[in-house]
Write a protein that binds this ligand. Structure first.
Ligand SMILES: [Zn+2]
Length: 141
């Protein structure tokens, strides 16, 4: 669900994001699509259009997430909260494979979010390999 986001708030979110999707860490400049502002807690669940509830998201992560706040952890089958990009630290819940092309969920939150958002969809893994070969992808843990 989208809602008008005031320009100053949008600029604040963009500034904090450093041009990266808060979930899959893809760079807007490399994907060639305009990223979106995600309501981390959806409006329909009472989330606000406020700086502490907005993050930059690539269109695919945003679409996959939708209004979900939980997903199944593939390791346990347990319904698990999704990663909260502002309240949690990416590196606590995710890491990169040794080749830097695949996101690995380290925790139930990380695994559930990786699966729901399809953060290792084949086309994106292939793009990361191209970015790595060009020195444009910097997988940081
Ligand atoms: Zn993404």
């Amino acid at each position: 669900m989208s809602q008008h986001i005031p320009a100053t708030l949008r600029q604040q979110v963009l500034g904090q994001a450093g041009g990266l999707c808060a979930y899959c860490r893809s760079a807007e400049a490399l994907l060639g699509v305009t990223f979106e502002i995600d309501h981390i807690v959806p409006l329909s669940a009472g989330g606000g259009t406020t700086a502490d509830n907005l993050c930059l998201s690539c269109p695919t992560c945003n679409r996959q997430k939708g209004i979900r706040q939980t997903a199944s952890d593939p390791a346990s089958g347990e319904e698990t909260p999704l990663f909260h990009p502002l309240a949690q630290t990416w590196g606590d819940h995710f890491t990169w494979s040794d080749d830097g092309a695949t996101v690995i969920g380290l925790t139930p939150v990380g695994r559930a979010t990786t699966a729901l958002l399809r953060m290792n969809r084949p086309v994106l893994v292939q793009m990361r390999r191209y970015w790595l070969a060009l020195g444009l992808h910097h997988p940081t843990r």
